[in-house]
Write a protein of this length. Structure first.
Length: 58
């Protein structure tokens, strides 16, 4: 697993998901918490897939 393969756009998705979840937790808005949690799971799955991608160039 190579963390350098994670693109900046995926990192920004993770940061955005954490921000949405934090706003939901601060305002006690369960809808924002749920959306942030789902968004974070999707962003983390994307990041893991990018990190595990094998280099095909020889």
């Amino acid at each position: 697993m190579n963390l350098k393969k994670i693109t900046p756009s995926t990192i920004s998705l993770i940061v955005t998901a954490i921000l949405i979840f934090t706003v939901g937790a601060y305002t006690d808005n369960s809808g924002f918490q749920l959306a942030g949690g789902i968004f974070l799971v999707v962003a983390l799955i994307t990041a893991i897939n990018q990190a595990r991608k094998q280099d095909t160039s020889d």
